[in-house]
Ligand binder design. Structure first.
Ligand code: ADP
Ligand code: ADP
Ligand code: MG
Length: 663
């Protein structure tokens, strides 16, 4: 076995690989970019080498630099993780040319499966069932259209070099074909530098079911059963599970053997995944067709680990060091059911637009409160870390296991409820809605689950203004009480010190202004009015947050304040409310001014002012861009610009001071 390996990746997968290496007493070398200098994976490995700038092309894709780092640190092998260089046959070749072991398949297998069209031609020869379609090399638009007409609509046009859900267009009718082809080719050339496409039948009620395969250098092959990854957004996976609901023993065997035929056809070695599209016919029958093979470890590999009790990274290391597969096909068993949820920094209500920001609060489920092994969290971040615009938006993966799917599902809902993130938009709440949706709960799976259930998935409000406002008021009062301590002269409950017994609150909730009124009654009780709801408010601090009773409802809320925003976490779900406490504001006066900082990590697009300019309150000073969104920085008060601290195009960290003004 290797004594030391280099992990040519970052984040969650780098930590995942390092964890197994550590267990096997293998030393690890991390690589990192500028943006990742303080990242979790860097501290987690035994050594770390800086390899360049933040953009992937300046660091994680610089394979000469990575090979140098491996040589310099005495690593014997390189684990590529997924993404980045994992499916780059030149990198795999360069590793072996440099005398290093690439922990993955031989370059020839990566190449054979690299292009979807070529791999389909190969699979056809190997007798693996293919989706009816055209995957030839003639790319003339007339021919492609004729093929689409022959296949019959709807069809899917796919970039042969595509990946990550990009470069695909569904076409419903012949008239739409030309425009879709042109747009698909444009995206393909921009994203992959290759505009070759294939055309295939768009499967009916499709499910994505994939088979995990493993090969060793001694010619042994096994399949580690299937994963159902049908729940997708933008053709990208969000929830994955194993085994696939409704899978019969006969079909599992057929699919497993087809996957092994695919692997054998390219002399595969190591971990790989053969992806199939499964068509569900009206009569209940299911047909499976080869889609592509991913020649690497897959993001969702933990669900396979959960049902087999195996460590796939350990198997990768064993195979790469020349050992035989530890188990034969008839020694492999499925135990229970596992589901993985990908927690991503994104905004589900805004077309899943990726989000960036700092993890001001990052609370993970308490794995020890569940049965042993029932809940696992894989991540590459810690509280305080930023999700930057440079890399993938995945924050963490929650993996749950149960004896049955129902048990796994209940654990997933609880684990999601315990996942608390403040500082950026995530899909945590959305995932809870998906998990509870009738289709997912009843395992009525297909790739259109999210659009079909959209009525219960989007723009939902689990808590509501009334209870959100009650939580925020309770939180404000508890805070004040703890700040005041026992000093009677600093008490802020207006009734005693100022003779005022009514206090007003202003909120912003779901983009709408709202008001509440709090009355301190003479017996010390509190009466609250929010909109047209009015009644006594009773609350007390508890270990789980604040126990509240208001307007006939009882709720426990954990409230985290970030600036003026209260993030309210309850068993029903999470929400946030902006609190403008008028009493508090009256004491403090207008915003302090002076320092103007970046609200999130991103790029400076432009400055609208220069040093010496007089500006008035609310005037736009600068524009920042983070991922696909622009943010305007406005003057908090009238004043004069003293100094501009960055130039357009500069990358800035969250909280970086952009310019100074004097107010
Ligand atoms: P990528 O390389 O981007 O992963 P895939 O070929 O694996 O591309 O397809 C991604 C997703 O697109 C699949 O998981 C599935 O949801 C959908 N898809 C692909 N091919 C078909 C098809 N023929 N019919 C219906 N859906 C498909
Ligand atoms: P899979 O096919 O394995 O389910 P994807 O199709 O989403 O997963 O492809 C893997 C993707 O993982 C890459 O395209 C990349 O965007 C992303 N990725 C790469 N490295 C990391 C990482 N360290 N952490 C999270 N995601 C990553
Ligand atoms: Mg795929």
């Amino acid at each position: 076995m290797f004594k030391k390996i280099l992990i040519a990746n970052r984040g969650e997968i780098a930590c995942r690989v390092a964890a197994t290496a550590r267990r096997m007493a293998i030393k690890t070398v991390a690589v990192y970019s500028d943006a990742d200098a303080g990242a979790k994976h860097v501290g987690y490995c035994d050594e770390a080498v800086h390899i360049g700038g933040s953009a992937p092309k300046d660091s994680y894709l610089r394979w000469e630099r990575i090979i140098e780092a491996a040589k310099a640190t005495g690593a014997e092998a390189i684990h590529p993780g997924y993404g980045f260089l994992s499916e780059n046959e030149e990198f795999a070749q360069a590793c072996s040319d440099a005398g290093l072991v690439f922990i993955g398949p031989p370059p020839s297998a990566i190449k054979a499966m690299g292009l979807k069209a070529e791999s389909k031609q190969l699979m056809e020869k190997a007798g693996v069932p293919l989706v009816p379609g055209y995957h030839g090399s003639d790319q003339s638009p007339t021919l492609l259209k004729r093929e689409a007409d022959r296949i019959g609509y709807p069809v899917l046009i796919k970039a042969s070099a595509g990946g990550g859900g990009k470069g695909m267009r569904a076409v419903d009718k012949s008239e739409d074909f030309d425009a879709a082809l042109a747009s698909c080719k444009r995206e393909a050339i921009n994203s992959f530098g290759d505009d070759a496409v294939l055309v295939e039948k768009y499967a009916q009620r499709p499910r994505h079911i994939e088979i995990q395969v493993f090969g060793d250098t001694h010619g042994n092959y096994v399949y580690l059963f299937e994963r159902d990854c049908s729940v997708q957004r933008r053709h990208q996976k969000v929830l994955e599970e194993a085994p696939a609901p409704g899978m019969t023993e006969a079909m599992r065997k057929q699919m497993g053997e087809a996957a092994l035929a695919a692997a054998r056809a390219v002399n595969y070695v190591g971990a790989g995944t053969v992806e199939f599209i499964v068509e569900q016919r009206a009569d209940g029958s299911m047909n499976f067709f080869f889609m592509e093979m991913n020649t690497r470890l897959q993001v969702e590999h933990p669900v396979t680990e959960a049902i087999t009790g195996l460590d796939l990274v350990e198997w990768q290391l064993l195979v790469a060091s020349g050992q035989k597969l530890p188990l034969a096909q008839d020694q492999l068993r499925i135990n229970g059911h596992a589901i993985e949820a990908r927690i991503c920094a994104e905004n589900p209500d805004n077309n899943f637009l990726p989000a960036t920001g700092t993890l001001h609060l990052y609370q993970k489920p308490d794995c020890t409160s569940f049965e042993r092994g029932a809940v696992r969290v894989d991540d590459g971040v810690r509280e305080g870390d930023a999700i930057s615009p440079f890399y993938d938006s995945m924050v963490a993966k929650l993996i749950v296991h149960g004896r049955t799917r129902e048990e796994a599902l209940a654990r997933l809902d609880e684990a999601l409820a315990q996942t608390r993130i403040v500082g950026l938009n995530t899909n945590v709440q959305f995932l809870r809605y998906v998990v509870r949706s009738p289709s997912f709960a009843q395992a009525n799976l297909d790739t259109a689950l999210i659009p079909r259930e959209s009525a219960v998935l989007f723009k939902q409000e689990p808590v509501g203004l009334v209870m959100a406002a009650a939580s925020a008021i309770a939180r404000t009062l508890l805070d004040e009480k703890s700040r005041e301590g026992t000093d009677p002269f600093s008490r802020r409950d207006g009734w005693r010190s100022h003779g005022v017994n009514v206090r007003r609150f202003e909120f912003e909730f779901q983009g709408e202004p709202a008001k509440a009124e709090l009355t301190y009654l003479h017996d010390g009780a509190l009466h609250v009015t929010v909109g047209d709801v009015s009644g006594p408010l009773v609350f007390s601090a508890s270990p789980k947050g604040i126990d509240l009773q208001f307007s006939g409802q009882r709720m426990t809320a954990a409230v985290y304040r970030q600036g003026e925003v209260d993030h309210v976490f309850t068993a029903r779900g999470a929400t946030h409310i902006t609190v403008i406490d008028l009493l508090e504001h009256a004491g403090h006066g207008p915003a302090e001014g002076g320092r103007l900082t970046a609200p999130m990590p991103g790029k400076v697009v432009s400055f609208a002012v220069k040093a010496g300019d007089k500006v008035s309150k609310g005037q736009a000073l600068a524009v920042m861009e983070a991922m696909k969104m622009e943010h305007t920085i406005a003057a908090p008060a009238d004043g004069t610009v003293l100094e501009i601290l960055y130039a357009p195009g500069d990358q800035v960290a969250e909280g970086a001071e952009l310019l100074k003004i004097e107010v």
